[in-house]
Each structure stands twice: as structure tokens, then as C-alpha cells.
Design a protein around this ligand. Structure first.
Ligand code: GAL
Length: 386
């Protein structure tokens, strides 16, 4: 496995000088001077490899942390460690203290059955797992792209398990809420027609049309697109699916059924034509806060902050919550989840520093969310411990 990491780093190199530099780095790593850091002994060092108890970099990206019965479970995308390798599914790690992580293996595994929605070769991104108190089941939602279709399918996927570590059983995938209009799209704008050909992409008229539901109407019959996503369970036990829709131009918040396995048909649009991805949501001081990124693929950009008094209500945009060096590019990362740690009482924001050449070697940034003057801030710290 370690050799794969070296192969992977080498694939990044584009010229002779870089090769020489890489060989020096590899020999330093081999002497154990920069290979990786176990969070348990060193605290969190942002951007270093975070090692599990077997000494491997934690391969869980775009994911989430779930606290259940006194234990933490970290779920995330299992990503290839070398060019040409495919994705195996969703990895799970468990911990008693957020620092020592035990690899629990794949919680959800891609299928070997041809034609299955999660057939090997599909793309599974941003998995989120929640526990349903009424059914006693663990429910996983994720962004699914079908094998061989690039990012065109834009579906959600749902899987379920009796235990947090899985194995999760894949249930279904699809577009969101076919034949349902968002609650906050006015009657006069609901026509169910595809008028996308009428406008020049990115012209002022097109942007106005997007704001007025151009893609909601286009996708009315098939269901709304669903890419980058998160889940949020409110204090009353109701769960919500928050996702980048309408060609990544507009966020949607869709209510889930009581068993968390499907949508209820109720959803709203947030920041139409605002181009938001990577949503993560938390509740504090009776308000709902959402941090998102812009849309620049694997490249980092400036985070955005939104606030609302109710999940399905009006959301107001506020300035970038990140503070410190490289705060204008989210410290080089992209958000994936904010979890409330019941032990410390802190909200902890999780980010990925994506390495598109070797996604399995993407690094982690975790930072506490602090409140000043009633607003959340995420301050850079190179090092901190729980
Ligand atoms: C990012 C997104 C990632 C992944 C990537 C693909 O913007 O947040 O989850 O989809 O694009 O380019």
C-alpha cells in the first residue's frame, strides 16, 4: 500500500527536476520523517497524512462523522491510491476519542452486477450517514454518478444497515422529487417546459431565467439533479437532504420521510443561480447555518456562509466564515461536514484538501467552529488537539 502512495506521488511529476525532488522526498519519508501522523500521538496536524491504527492514511473523503452509543464513526469516499484504480465504495473508521481510528473496512461496496446502479465504475461522492431512532437503522445517502456517464446522471443514492459499520445494503437511486415543484417557486413560474435552448448560457437573460426556475422546469418530470450533498437531522428528528441542483447553480433542501429512506415531496430552493457546492449545515443558538463552496471542481475557492431561522425558510448570505492564511481559498480545502461533538460540545468542521491526481491521498483539515458576535467563524490552526 505504501508503495502505491509513492507511485501515486510520482504520477504527479511533470519534469526531471520534480522527479529528483520527489526521490529526495521519498527517501525522507522512508526514514519516517514525513510519512504520516497519527492524530492520537501528535494532535491534528492539518494537511499531513492522518494515519489509522494500521499506519495507513485515512482514506475517507467528502464524508461525515456520526456519534453513536459513545463511539465516533467516520465515513467517506474510498478513493484510488494510484492512477487506473477504481473506487471501491464508502470506507468506515471507528474511534472512541476522535484521534485513534480503527479501519472498519468498506461500509458500502460497489456492486459486481452489471447494470446495478452502483456497479463498479460508478462514482460515489459525499456519503453521509444518520441514525433513525424510530426504525433503529443507519441510513446512508450519497451523490451517485452511473458507470460510464461522467457526471451526467446527477442522482442521489440510499443504502441502509442495522449496524453503523455496515455492510450497508444499497436500496435505490434517482433524481429528487419528480413532478413536484419547490415550495418557494411561485405559481406563475411553474410551466414544466424545457426552455433551456432559448437563452445563451451565462447571458444576463439566462441567469435571470435560471433564477426563475429554468432548470427546475426542465427537470420537472424526471426529477431534480442532485450532486454535492449533505444530510441534516433536526432536534425534532426530521431529516433533510441538502444538495447542489440545477446544474450546480442552485441549492435545494428536501424534507425526508420519517424512515429517512425517501423524499416527502416538500423542498425549497436556496440562492438561485448562486453556484454553490459542498454544503454543510449546523444548528446553533436556535439558528441554522450553512457553509458552502463555489464551483471550481477540485480546486479550492472561497467558502460562503448562509443563515436562516428555519431550514425550509429564507436563507440570508453572510461573508466568508474562514479566518486566517489562505482563508480566501478555504485554507486550500473544500468543506464536507460539520459535526457536533457531544463530548467537547464543539462543532467541528471537516474539509478535504483534494489531490485530483491521487484522490486517495487527499488530506484532511478539521477545525473547530467558534462563535463571535453571534456568528460562526472557522479560524485556521495548523495544529490543535481535542
Ligand atoms: C467538486 C465537488 C466534489 C467532486 C468534484 C469533481 O466541486 O465538490 O465532490 O464532485 O467537484 O470535479
Amino acid at each position: 500500500m505504501k508503495n502505491l502512495k509513492f507511485i501515486c506521488s510520482l504520477s504527479l511529476l511533470r519534469n526531471r527536476y520534480a522527479v529528483v525532488l520527489s526521490l529526495i522526498m521519498v527517501s525522507i519519508c522512508a526514514r519516517g520523517e514525513c510519512g504520516g501522523i497519527s492524530p492520537s500521538s501528535q494532535g491534528l496536524i492539518q494537511g499531513a497524512r492522518w494515519l489509522d491504527i494500521e499506519g495507513e492514511h485515512i482514506n475517507a473523503h467528502g464524508g461525515c462523522v456520526l456519534f453513536h452509543d459513545g463511539k465516533y464513526y467516520w465515513f467517506g469516499e474510498q478513493r484510488p491510491l494510484a492512477p487506473g484504480m477504481g473506487q471501491e465504495g464508502v470506507n468506515c473508521y471507528s474511534s472512541n476519542d476522535l484521534t485513534t481510528w480503527i479501519p472498519e473496512g468498506l461500509a458500502l461496496t460497489v456492486s459486481e452486477t452489471p447494470g446495478c446502479d452502483i456497479e463498479r465504475g460508478c462514482i460515489i461522492e459525499r456519503p453521509k450517514v444518520v441514525y433513525n431512532k424510530n426504525t433503529g437503522k443507519f441510513v446512508m445517502w450519497f451523490h451517485l454518478e452511473l458507470k460510464g456517464k461522467g457526471y451526467g446522471a446527477a442522482r442521489y443514492g440510499v443504502a441502509v444497515s442495522d449496524t453503523p459499520v455496515g455492510p450497508f445494503t444499497f436500496l435505490s437511486s434517482g433524481r429528487v422529487n419528480p413532478k413536484q415543484y419547490p415550495l418557494n417557486l411561485s405559481e406563475g413560474l411553474r410551466n414544466g417546459n424545457d426552455e433551456t435552448g432559448v437563452y445563451q448560457d451565462w447571458s444576463p437573460e439566462w441567469i435571470e431565467a435560471v433564477t426563475k426556475g429554468l432548470f427546475v422546469n426542465r427537470d420537472f418530470n424526471e426529477g431534480q439533479m442532485s450532486r454535492d450533498m449533505t444530510l441534516f437531522v433536526d432536534d425534532d428528528g426530521k431529516a433533510y437532504h441538502i444538495y447542489s441542483s440545477e446544474e450546480n447553480l442552485t441549492l435545494h433542501i428536501a424534507e425526508l420521510s420519517d424512515d429517512y429512506l425517501s423524499h416527502t415531496g416538500k423542498y425549497i430552493r436556496v440562492a438561485p443561480a448562486g453556484h454553490n457546492e459542498a454544503p454543510m449545515v449546523m444548528k446553533a443558538d436556535g439558528k441554522y447555518w450553512m457553509v458552502t463552496s463555489g464551483c471550481t471542481g477540485w480546486k479550492p475557492n472561497e467558502a460562503r456562509l448562509f443563515m436562516s431561522d428555519s431550514l425550509m425558510g429564507e436563507w440570508e448570505q453572510l461573508p466568508n466564515p474562514c479566518v486566517g492564511p489562505k482563508s480566501e481559498i478555504t485554507f486550500g480545502g473544500q468543506g464536507n461536514f460539520i459535526f457536533m461533538d457531544p463530548v467537547s460540545g464543539k462543532h467541528i468542521a471537516m474539509f478535504d484538501i483534494w489531490n485530483p491526481e491521487c484522490l486517495g491521498d487527499s488530506r484532511h483539515i478539521w477545525l473547530p467552529v467558534t462563535f463571535e458576535k453571534g456568528r460562526p467563524g472557522i479560524h485556521w490552526r495548523q495544529y490543535w488537539s481535542f
